[in-house]
Design a binder for this molecule. Structure first.
Ligand SMILES: Nc1ncnc2c1ncn2[C@@H]1O[C@H](COP(=O)(O)OP(=O)(O)O)[C@@H](O)[C@H]1O
Ligand SMILES: [Mg+2]
Length: 256
């Protein structure tokens, strides 16, 4: 049986997850500021509309829609045009309103989803739900209710989450959201030979096989591009790499 997939439209990335996300799935993308979370989210939505004819919704708690239109145009993604065509909506909201709207089957957001036939959604970012409560149990309940509401609407979601650790150990967070979601993608800065690169890996994908290796990616004028595996390096997810013993040997003694 082949399940329907919801692809990024980025070949190298889709091939890591058997063609794309599952339908009605919640997919967490976590990373430090500037790693490319918003870009990846926008690309998922833009490609969804232009390559797969799947309308999209972007809910932002952070930046005004104007900022989104502007940033997307850097990649020549004309979000305003897609909005005018009724295939996209960028909504500036707050976590309390978004939760209430999505939980109400007759709410304004649900109406938009049903009228437009929205299939994909990006939430920028889930971190803002932490402003609603200091109780970790209550936070987990809020996140679970929100995610379930997105699934009820049959949406494939990309949920962005800030992690403030730039290099080194990842900071521990109160939210248990990685346990609730179907897919957990980590974006990281890594130091390699005195330069900063970016790494991406799928830490989990429920109900599907996925590649476990760590890939190097860049944000280019065309958006996210996944380049390669990191060869000859260890400790990538710690943020600071070192050569593998084999690689160190080769560096010291050259090819045998
Ligand atoms: N047109 C572009 N070409 C290359 N890099 C870009 C372009 N536009 C933005 N970037 C880079 O993309 C990075 C990721 O930005 P963004 O997706 O907003 O990150 P995040 O949401 O994780 O904070 C930024 O560091 C920025 O320098
Ligand atoms: Mg961002």
């Amino acid at each position: 049986m082949t399940e329907k997939r919801v692809p990024f439209g980025i070949k190298s990335l889709d091939s890591m997850i058997c063609g794309g996300f599952l339908e009605s799935s919640a997919n967490l993308v976590e990373g430090a500021p500037g790693t490319g979370k918003t870009t990846l989210g926008m690309q998922f939505i833009y490609n969804g509309i232009t390559m797969f004819n799947e309308p999209g919704l972007i809910i932002t708690f952070e930046e005004f829609p104007q900022q989104y239109y502007h940033d997307a145009m850097q990649f020549k993604w004309d979000l305003k045009k897609l909005e005018a065509e009724g295939k996209l909506k960028v909504i500036f909201s707050d976590p309390a309103t978004a939760l209430e709207e999505f939980e109400d089957p007759d709410g304004e957001f649900v109406k938009i989803i049903e009228e437009m036939g929205v299939k994909r959604i990006v939430i920028d970012s889930m971190t803002h739900f932490e402003t609603l409560t200091t109780d970790p149990h209550q936070l987990r309940d809020i996140e679970r209710r929100f995610i379930n509401a997105l699934k009820r609407e049959g949406l494939a979601s990309i949920l962005l989450r800030e992690n403030d650790s730039l290099l080194g150990n990842l900071s521990q967070m109160t939210s248990k959201i990685p346990f609730i979601v179907d897919t957990y993608i980590l974006l990281r800065y890594v130091e390699i030979d005195s330069a900063i690169e970016k790494a991406l890996c799928f830490l989990k994908m429920r109900g599907s096989d996925h590649q476990k290796d760590i890939r190097c990616f860049r944000v280019t004028a065309k958006g996210i591009e996944v380049i390669s595996k990191f060869s000859g390096k260890e400790g990538i997810m710690s943020g600071i790499t070192r050569s593998t013993p084999q690689d160190a040997f080769m560096n010291a003694f050259g090819k045998k």
